[in-house]
Design a protein around this ligand. Sequence first.
Ligand code: NAD
Length: 305
Amino acid sequence: MSIDYKGKVAIVTGAGNGLGKSHAIALAARGAKVVVNDLGGSVDGSGGSISAAQEVVNHINAAGGEAIVNGANVTKEDEVAAMVKETMDKWGRVDILVNNAGILRDKTFHKMTLADFRTVIDVHLVGTAICTHAVWPIMREQTYGRIVCTSSPSGLHGIFGQANYGAAKAGMIGFMNALHLEGAKYGIKINLLSPSAKTRMTLDIGIPEPILDQMTPEAITAAMLFLVSEDAPSRAIVSCAAGGYARGYVVETDGIYLPPDDQTPEEIAARWDEISSTDNVHYYENSSGPSMNFMNKAKDFADKN
Ligand code: NAD
């Protein structure tokens, strides 16, 4: 089974460098018309130049693909609206959105300014919402859309010094969960990538060179390509690095039931190991899952007593 994107239009944010560049080139090589968006800043978000994104466009067009450059800042609603309008004027649809633009402002929390906290949330989480909001009505109208948001092991599992970044990346899980439910009847699928790869973002964090060399952006792009394909899943979190691929889930333990007289912190402390046991974990389709589990436990207790 070969996967292609002929006739599809894709927007990739932050596509001047690293993962976004690899995503844009691969989508174009497989037939998509691609908007290569990037404001061209440094890793911490300062500065700006369209030249890196333009080089990606030149590369795609020289290889026989179709791409246009766009310098919108994903945190600016008017610039994103203009990018989507330009895309619609040129190609008449938007099938794929890869929310990839990102920056770092790492600091331990006691040294982190709230300005740096807000800025990172703004680029990753609010930027993802702004770009998605701009294409959402188009995808609903088309009854077709594929959206990937770029989360991180930092959001799923935690990294020292990344309270801002981790919060933004974890926020994407809730964002995806809601849009998965809201988009289902319009043929819109939304998924998350949780990558680790050799890009300018990871050059200085102490990963040994031989390992870093295996962590290619192209390995991440393979998962992205699957997640925006016709037969993509929805609400999947795909963790990937160096050729390893796994699926992430938010799960809950089975837990216990405590009758009213036992609903005390002391009883919870006494039963903490049972509450925490991962022997029987649940993955729920939506937020009513835990309540149903607890109602069933309460009913079982009532039936037995
Ligand atoms: P990168 O710095 O090479 O690329 C990020 C790009 O986003 C840059 O070209 C930058 O100019 C652009 N950008 C930043 N702010 C923007 C804005 N407001 N509007 C438009 N473009 C903007 O980094 P990368 O490693 O390729 O990161 C891509 C995505 O993957 C990011 O969201 C990052 O957080 C995420 N990620 C990367 C890794 C990794 O190991 N490299 C791990 C987890 C998550």
